[in-house]
Write a protein that binds this ligand. Structure first.
Ligand SMILES: Cc1ncc(COP(=O)(O)O)c(C=O)c1O
Length: 384
C-alpha cells in the first residue's frame, strides 16, 4: 500500500465533500462556507499593495515579523490585559489552521489522549489523529446548546488524557461561554492537569457579552495555547495569517516544526495583519454590527418557518434542528440544494452529534438571507 495508514484512516472533510456537489450548479445561494462575505477593509489592502511596491516580497523570521508579534502582544495586552512576550510567547502562523496542527504535534506523543467536542470544527479530530493522538469525542447535547460542561468533561477523563481542544464562540453552533462558565471549566482543566488548545478565532464576533480569553483566568495561562487570527473578524481568509501564544517551551516546540514545514506566513499577509491591528477597529465593528443584525433576522425567520433554532452568542453560524422534517441532515441538505438551490452544511460534517441539524452561515447579504429563507420555507411546505 502506497499511502500511510494514518492518512488512509482519515475521512475527507464533510464540508468539502458537500461543496463538490455545489460546483457547477447555477443560481445557488451558498450559506455553506464559513467565510465573511465582506472584502478585506481597504486600509489593509492598500498597505499590502504599498508594501509590494516597496519590494517586501521576501521570507520573514520563522516566528513572524517582529513588528507583527509586537502588535499582537500590545493588542492582547490593551484589550484583555493578557501579556505575552513577542520574543518568547508568540508565533505567527499560516492561519489558525496551521496553528492547530502545530499545537497538536508539539504536545502529543503517540497514543496520548485528547478530548475533542462533538460536534466541532472539522479539523480538530483528524489533525489530532495525524499527530499520533487518540481522540476521545465528548458528545455534547442539544439540551445544553452543545456546550461542554464540567460534568461532561469529568466523565471523559481517564488515564492518558493530556489535552483538550476548546473553541468559543464555536463553529458550527455559534455558542460561547461566559466568564463564569469558563471558570467552572478551568477548574476541571487544572484539577486534571490538562493542556488546553483554545481556538478563539471568532472572539471579536461575540454579541451578547464580553469575550473572556481562557488564558486570562487564574491558573490557565501556563496551560493554555491561545490561538487567534485574522480570517474572520478582519475578513482576511485568503491572507493566511494566524497566531499562537503560550508558554515559551510550547511555542518554541511549535516553531521548530513550523520552521521545517512552513518557514513563515507570507510577508504580504503579515504586513496586512499589522495594518489590521493598527487601523481597522471601526471596520471590524461595522461588520460585527451587520452580522448581529443578520443573526437576529435568521434566527427569528427560521423559528417562524418551523425550524427550531437557538440564538447563538457568537460567530456567523446558526445550527437549527431539522428533526421534525423526519429527514437526516445529509438528505435534508442534498434535497434542499437540488430542489431549492440553497447550500447549507449537514450537521454530521462536524460529528455524529450534529445529526438532525444543519449549519447555516449567515455571512451573506440580507437579500440572500431573505431569499434563502423563503426557499427553505417552500422546501419545508413541500417536503416535510
Ligand atoms: C473554529 C475555526 N478554527 C480555525 C479555522 C481556520 O481559520 P484560518 O483561516 O485562520 O486557518 C476556522 C475556519 O473556518 C474555524 O472555524
Amino acid at each position: 500500500m502506497k499511502i500511510s495508514k494514518l492518512v488512509e484512516k482519515i475521512k475527507p472533510s464533510g464540508i468539502r465533500e458537500f461543496f463538490d456537489l455545489v460546483i457547477g450548479m447555477k443560481d445557488v445561494i451558498s450559506l455553506g462556507v464559513g467565510e465573511p462575505d465582506f472584502v478585506t477593509p481597504w486600509n489593509i489592502c492598500e498597505s499590502a499593495i504599498f508594501s509590494l511596491e516597496k519590494g517586501y516580497t521576501s521570507y520573514t523570521s520563522n516566528k513572524g515579523l517582529y513588528e507583527l508579534r509586537l502588535a499582537i502582544s500590545r493588542y492582547l495586552n490593551n484589550k484583555f490585559s493578557l501579556s505575552y512576550s513577542p520574543d518568547r510567547n508568540i508565533l505567527v502562523t499560516t492561519g489558525v489552521s496551521e496553528a492547530v496542527d502545530l499545537a497538536l504535534r508539539a504536545i502529543l506523543n503517540r497514543g496520548d489522549k485528547i478530548l475533542v467536542s462533538d460536534p466541532s470544527y472539522v479539523s480538530y479530530d483528524p489533525v489530532s489523529e495525524l499527530a499520533g493522538g487518540k481522540v476521545i469525542l465528548v458528545k455534547t447535547n442539544e439540551s445544553d446548546n452543545f456546550k461542554l460542561t464540567p460534568e461532561l468533561i469529568k466523565r471523559h477523563i481517564s488515564k492518558g488524557v493530556k489535552a483538550i481542544v476548546l473553541n468559543y464562540p464555536a463553529n458550527p453552533t455559534g455558542v460561547s461561554y461566559s466568564r463564569k462558565e469558563l471558570l467552572a471549566l478551568s477548574k476541571i482543566f487544572i484539577d486534571n492537569d490538562l493542556i488546553v488548545i483554545s481556538d478563539e478565532i471568532y472572539d471579536e464576533l461575540t454579541y451578547d457579552f464580553p469575550h473572556t480569553p481562557l488564558a486570562t483566568l487564574p491558573g490557565m495561562k501556563q496551560r493554555t495555547i491561545y490561538l487567534n487570527g485574522f480570517s474572520k473578524a478582519f475578513a482576511m481568509t485568503g491572507w493566511r495569517v494566524g497566531y499562537a501564544c503560550g508558554p515559551e517551551e510550547i511555542i518554541s516546540a511549535m516553531t521548530k516544526i513550523h520552521q521545517y514545514t512552513m518557514l513563515c506566513s507570507p510577508i504580504m499577509g503579515q504586513l496586512g495583519a499589522i495594518e489590521a491591528l493598527r487601523g481597522s477597529a471601526k471596520s471590524v465593528l461595522e461588520m460585527k454590527r451587520e452580522y448581529k443584525r443578520r443573526r437576529e433576522f435568521i434566527v427569528s425567520k427560521l423559528n417562524e418557518i418551523g425550524l427550531c433554532c437557538a440564538m447563538p452568542e457568537g460567530t456567523f453560524y446558526v445550527f437549527p434542528s431539522i428533526k421534525k422534517t423526519g429527514m437526516n441532515s445529509a438528505d435534508f441538505a442534498k434535497k434542499l440544494l437540488y430542489k431549492e438551490k440553497v447550500a447549507v452544511v449537514p450537521g454530521t460534517a462536524f460529528g455524529s452529534q450534529g445529526e438532525g441539524h444543519i449549519r447555516i452561515a449567515y455571512a451573506s447579504s440580507m437579500d440572500n438571507l431573505k431569499e434563502a429563507t423563503q426557499r427553505i420555507e417552500h422546501f419545508l411546505k413541500n417536503n416535510a
